[in-house]
Design a protein around this ligand. Structure first.
Ligand code: NAD
Length: 473
């Protein structure tokens, strides 16, 4: 039976009866259909969440914490099926999915703990005969909108802090990858009270837009592209909603002459092609010093040539397909325009024939700083390499971009590392590594990469309103 929406603990079709197909990107075949929801379905889900808020917001931190820990246990108990769903629906290799699910479960456990650490920072007499204290109140109904690249993990980054803080949620997964969110609703239906978590499938322009417009939704949290972030911020302004935006990235990788080049090659060859490069923190544009440029390009080209691409269910596969035909066409067109602009392809640069949306892991050298492939997120298995002349140029080029999500610096000079971490305008800067993340540390962008932080105790703060209480005595 085709999956349905999950509203107030019940499984229901879209009120229009319309459906969308869900495609397996490794084969191009239809897996199933899901409801193509619209404003009427969003209304029902928001009503359910608003009603559930009346009781959920009054649960104690301990009660919420225990339920969120049970959600982590439920995912762990269901790992085989949830991982199978993500592999089929996203084309992620089985060899990679365990790490992503381990982080997802750990995020739930972290937010289970976080539910018990809500605090106001001050209490005391700031005026004679008056006592003030601060409390953090939940906001109400949260509209969470998730992308397709890490469907369950990105949903978790929204759900964990929202629920921990005492809010209820209407989650709209990506129309391309709704299946793991529906599975989450199914395995937590006996843990979370009815209406606390509602999952609505549908397109961004219909279901997503209705969620953002809804007057009873207190906050919208999006992980998605910069364009979607701008559209949502504009729409949310009508109802003055709080907006939390985790958007695109184009991470620079600064490799200096004194770096361990072998370590940099090994890291970039793995992390830039992880999830077929469909990662907002992907090490996407390498800026290499003159003394290491040639060795880096030849070493990376050789390593990338060894990436096993193919069936995501094959244990030997390192890289699967891109998510859709559209996404592959977008990547191919950007590479084509880069070559027309004078860049060189040292390996890859082509679509792979056959079923599914595969693209060869690619390295592009010598694009100009102004080139589209340097300035715009590609979200595919493609890395550019530019040669910088000195430290000042490296910093200028690294920062000369609209995005500001993440960056890395490769050097053995601690002084240079300190200068670079201060100068780079990105929400996360790694030194001699790229991509590791942990639940305790915040994740979020500068500039067009958005505002607000996921993970960490800071995420929970976004989902609360600070209230000053003053008592005269
Ligand atoms: P997208 O912006 O196309 O879609 C994201 C979600 O927004 C989907 O659920 C979509 O249906 C919905 N949506 C689209 N238009 C909407 C509208 N007008 N109103 C309401 N909802 C709307 O993004 P995507 O292609 O699914 O994901 C890839 C993007 O996500 C990349 O840009 C990537 O960098 C970004 N991303 C960022 C982070 C981060 O932490 N900063 C993490 C993962 C992905």
């Amino acid at each position: 039976m085709a999956p349905k929406n999950f509203i107030a603990g019940e499984w229901v079709n879209a009120s229009s009866g319309n459906v969308d197909e869900v495609i397996a990107p490794a084969t191009g075949e239809v897996i199933t259909t899901v409801p193509a929801s619209d404003a009427a379905d969003i209304d029902a889900a928001v009503d359910a969440a608003a009603e559930a808020f009346q009781t959920w917001s009054r649960t104690t931190p301990r009660e919420r914490s225990e339920m969120l820990a049970q959600v982590a246990d439920a995912i762990t108990a269901d790992l085989d099926e949830i991982q199978r769903i993500e592999v089929e629906n996203c084309g992620k290799p089985v060899s990679m999915i365990e790490f992503e699910m381990d982080l997802t479960v750990d995020n739930w456990r972290f937010f289970a703990g976080g539910a018990r650490f809500m605090e106001g920072r001050a209490a005391g007499e700031y005026l004679e005969d008056h006592t003030s204290y601060l409390r953090r109140d939940p906001l109400g109904v949260i509209g969470s909108i998730a992308p397709w690249n890490y469907p369950l993990n990105m949903a978790t980054w929204k759900l964990g802090p929202a629920l921990a803080a005492g809010n209820t949620v209407v989650l709209k997964p990506s129309e391309l990858t709704p299946l793991s969110a529906l599975r989450l609703a199914e395995i937590t239906a006996d843990i979370l009270p009815k209406g606390v978590l509602n999952v609505i499938c549908g397109q961004g322009e219909t279901a997503g837009d209705a969620l953002v417009r809804h007057p009873k939704v207190a906050m919208v949290s999006l992980t998605g592209s910069v364009e979607t972030g701008k559209a949502i911020a504009r729409t949310a302004a009508e109802t003055l909603k709080r907006v939390h935006l985790e958007l695109g990235g184009k991470a620079p990788v600064l490799i200096f002459d004194d770096a361990d080049v072998e370590a940099a090659i090994a890291c970039i060859a793995e992390m830039s092609y992880y999830n077929s490069g469909q990662d907002c923190t992907q090490p996407a544009r390498v800026l290499a010093a003159p003394g290491v440029y040639d060795a880096f390009v030849s070493g990376l080209t050789e390593a990338v040539g060894e990436i096993a691409t193919g069936d995501p269910f094959d244990a030997e596969t390192v890289m699967g397909p891109l998510i859709s035909a559209d996404q592959r066409s977008r990547v191919a067109a950007m590479v084509r325009r880069a070559v027309e602009g004078g860049a060189e392809v040292t390996i890859g640069g082509s679509e792979i024939d056959g079923p599914g949306y595969f693209y060869t892991p690619s390295v592009i050298t010598g694009p100009s700083q102004e080139a589209e492939i340097v300035q715009r997120e590609i979200f595919g298995p493609v890395v550019t390499v530019q040669r910088f002349s000195d430290e000042a140029q490296a910093v200028t080029w690294a920062n000369d971009i609209d995005y500001g999500l993440s960056a890395s610096v490769w050097t053995s000079d601690i002084g240079r590392a300190m200068r670079m971490t201060a100068a780079l305008q990105f929400g996360c800067v790694w030194v001699n590594d790229h991509i590791p993340i942990v639940s305790e540390m915040p994740h979020g962008g500068f500039k067009h990469s958005g505002y607000g932080k996921d993970m960490s105790i800071y995420a929970i703060e976004h989902y609360t309103e600070l209230k000053h209480v003053m008592i005269k005595h």
